[in-house]
Design a protein. Structure first.
Length: 763
């Protein structure tokens, strides 16, 4: 009986243990699945010298901003050495010019040496003693300084004082930089130094201060070195996701043996392949080796790899700033004979990109994102980080069983979520860093909203959230409505583009004799933007404004050059009134807003009750304040004086694809063609639109605006049928609405990157 009971109890206990063990196994399996979903591997590759180590270091700073104390000490050492190398670069160049006469030697260099006597090695001291001759040449001055500083930084025990330079050294370096001959040489020949040297010379005095602490840009410019074949950086995100950035050491000797790294590439959802864009002319004439050709061959091997079919490759053409400065004097044609374009950043960069993209002969390799980057530029790396996070989200979806290809049309909910995540990162980062109270964003596809979202507050005092119905001021985005009105009058034969404006303004000054309507539309009239005597806080009438414009001298002859002119567009508004016998506001409302159904669009009016009106803000003395009062007359002018919301602007976008306003395609073509200046020179501006070209050859038509506490931006890509419209209620120089809008556009199509040309916001 007892044995039977004990046997039953034993079976119960064993069954209980088995269940517990089974549950433990289930938990382990679930834990492994969770870990797989939350830990994502991203590889960073590229041949030696591409800048990948600097880029991965910058990504590390973005995701892990709090450096450990010992890391900061190590950064100081590198930064001090870079300051030193920047000075030595000048000395070496001066030696080539045989103009090395350093006055600082007589009083600073001996102190510098005496301090080092007990520290540097005997061999270094022997060299110093044998080479030092104050009365003769200083051929080895750079070697002497290298010997001294190298020993001080790397062999002396400087950790006791926080790895800060002793005053004897910092004072000697300051005196060197203050030397008159060096200052003169640097002013005349600074183009012979690279951008990193310029950075540290500019920062020299601050870096050599006793209380110096490295900042992000110092650390990035100082660079880092990959000590091992693989350098892993762990990036822990707020979402609980961990990204492992693995720096694959792909020197030339390893590129031919990709199988060596195969186990690292398998299951990697993203690969960042870094290319030094500026290395196109670095040819070894002995063996014909060109690192750009090697980079292209390496990219080809990535595209052919079967195990990378499901991976996304970010093709980062790095060091774009160096490439831009180099291409004007070192032609691409000398190294790529089939290149027939100009020595121009856009053309040359597009050609190099095409050389890489044509290497993708793998029909299954769809997901390649090309980007032009600078590893030390926070904006470039931030955009890469945002795109990378979106790919990570898609990778997690793939782990959960959803299939995707990054280049397919974005339709699925999960892909839409990834797009929204990226856009949120762009907008939230901009709002935080640029102190923007509120944002309304719309992305349109041929007159339909494909994405819209609002952020922040339209009114800070009452904490009123931004809505899609919120009304923002247009600023100079309104100029395109003025140009549209002019083109409508041209189609109705009320005027002609090459009419002299004296035909309509009989009291115009004599110097206006050659100004045409086309000149006013294209900012080539010679009129200033605003007169320096204009006081926006003074009450004016329309006649007052007209007389001020008449009395302001032209700054160049009409058609001679491009110079942004708000006065020119104000004159177009007066012209519309004289031709139609309607006020500018009434004409726009009757002939544009009403036919398009832009029910809430209107001219600015400070006294009327306007539902959902946003408040405009400026930033003064580190404080956000309400936009100061502006004379009401300036809110009725044709240079940009409207209230719009997102729903208004999507109807405007639709009209630009239709014949509702303009009946002839030739009228649109005229409006979006570059202006021809005297001498048959073209400038990339049309009628109220700036004209650009993307790296894939598509046209980009855009304009920005800033007025009364607001900044706006519209960016259109007609061939892609996509438009980005951005409203903000903060007007300050650092609010870069153009950059924000292009970042959003870039998320949808990475090949729509352009080189910045004209800055409307500064006007």
């Amino acid at each position: 009986m007892g044995n039977t009971v004990r046997a039953k109890l034993f079976k119960i206990r064993e069954k209980k243990k088995a269940k517990q063990h089974s549950r433990w196994i289930d938990r382990q399996i679930q834990s492994d699945l969770t870990k797989k979903k939350s830990e994502i591997k991203c590889l960073v590759s590229g041949i030696y010298g591409s800048g990948k180590t600097t880029l991965i270091h910058h990504m590390d700073l973005i995701y892990n901003p709090n450096l450990l104390n010992e890391e900061i000490l190590e950064c100081r050492k590198r930064i001090y050495m870079e300051v030193f190398r920047s000075l030595i670069a000048i000395i070496q160049e001066m030696k080539k010019d045989q103009c090395l006469k350093l006055k600082f030697l007589s009083y600073s260099y001996p102190d510098f040496l005496n301090f080092s006597v007990d520290i540097i090695t005997k061999s270094a001291m022997d060299r110093i003693n044998s080479d030092l001759n104050y009365t003769n040449s200083y051929e080895n001055i750079d070697l002497l300084y290298f010997a001294v500083l190298d020993n001080l930084l790397w062999h002396a025990n400087l950790s006791n004082n926080g790895c800060k330079l002793p005053s004897e050294i910092s004072n000697a370096l300051k005196r060197l930089w203050s030397d008159v001959d060096i200052k003169i040489w640097y002013k005349q020949h600074k183009d012979r130094l690279d951008s990193c040297h310029h950075f540290f010379l500019k920062r020299l005095m601050e870096i050599l201060n006793d209380n110096y602490t490295p900042v992000e840009q110092d650390i990035l410019h100082a660079g880092n070195t990959t000590k091992n074949n693989l350098n892993e950086v762990k990036c822990q995100l707020d979402t609980g996701i961990t990204i492992w950035l693995i720096d694959v050491y792909t020197k030339l000797s390893y590129t031919s043996n990709a199988n060596r790294w195969l186990n690292y590439f398998i299951d990697a959802p993203a690969i960042i392949n870094i290319v030094d864009l500026s290395c196109y002319d670095q040819v070894d004439h002995e063996n014909g080796y060109n690192p750009m050709q090697e980079s292209i061959a390496y990219f080809h091997s990535l595209c052919r790899a079967q195990w990378l079919r499901e991976s996304t490759i970010f093709l980062c053409l790095n060091k774009k700033d160096i490439f831009a400065s180099k291409i004007t004097h070192s032609s691409l044609r000398g190294y790529f004979p089939d290149y027939t374009g100009r020595d121009d950043y856009n053309e040359a960069a597009q050609y190099i990109l095409s050389q890489f993209l044509q290497m993708n002969t793998n029909e299954h390799m769809y997901n390649i994102y090309p980007l032009f980057t600078s590893a030390i530029d926070p904006e470039s790396v931030r955009l890469l980080a945002i795109l990378l996070l979106a790919i990570i989200l898609l990778a997690i979806d793939a782990i959960n069983g959803s299939k995707h290809h990054a280049s397919q049309t974005i339709k699925s909910t999960k892909q839409d979520h990834a797009i929204e995540f990226m856009i949120d990162e762009v907008i939230n980062t901009a709002m935080k860093t640029q102190k923007i109270p509120g944002v309304a964003l719309g992305v349109f596809r041929r007159g339909e909203i494909i994405f819209s979202k609002v952020y922040g507050y339209s009114n800070l005092e009452h904490e009123v959230p931004v809505k899609l119905e919120t009304m923002f001021q247009s600023g100079s985005v309104g100029k395109q409505f003025t140009s549209m009105a002019i083109m409508m009058l041209v189609e109705h034969e009320k005027l002609q583009l090459d009419d002299k404006i004296q035909k309509y303004f009989h009291d115009a000054p004599i110097e206006w004799a050659n100004i045409t309507i086309r000149n006013l539309l294209t900012h080539t009239s010679g009129m200033v933007s605003y007169s320096p005597d204009l006081n926006f806080q003074q009450a004016y009438t329309e006649d007052d404004v007209y007389n001020i414009i008449k009395s302001t001298t032209l700054i160049y002859q009409p058609g001679q050059q491009f110079s942004y002119s708000n006065f020119g567009y104000i004159m177009l508004g007066f012209l519309i009134q004289r031709v139609t016998n309607q006020s500018y506001a009434n004409f726009i409302h009757e002939h544009i807003f009403r036919p398009l159904g832009m029910k809430t669009a209107r001219i600015i009016n400070e006294t009327s009750i306007i539902p959902n009106r946003a408040s405009g803000y400026v930033f003064i003395d580190d404080h956000i304040i309400n936009q100061p009062w502006v004379s009401p007359i300036f809110n009725t002018m044709a240079d940009g004086s409207f209230y719009f919301n997102i729903y208004d602007m999507v109807k405007w976008d639709e009209a630009l694809y239709s014949d509702v306003l303009l009946k002839r395609q030739a009228s649109f073509d005229e409006m979006w063609s570059p202006v021809k200046l005297n001498g048959n020179i073209t400038y990339e501006y049309g009628f109220g639109w700036s004209l650009l070209e993307a790296i894939n050859g598509m046209r980009i038509i855009e304009h920005g605006g800033s007025w009364q506490g607001f900044r706006t931006m519209i960016v259109r890509v007609p061939e892609d049928e996509r438009t980005v419209f951005l409203f903000t209620n903060m007007n300050r120089p650092t609010v870069d609405v153009r950059k924000i809008a292009h970042d959003v556009l870039h998320i949808y199509n990475a090949q729509l990157a352009v080189k910045p040309t004209f800055d409307y916001q500064s006007q």
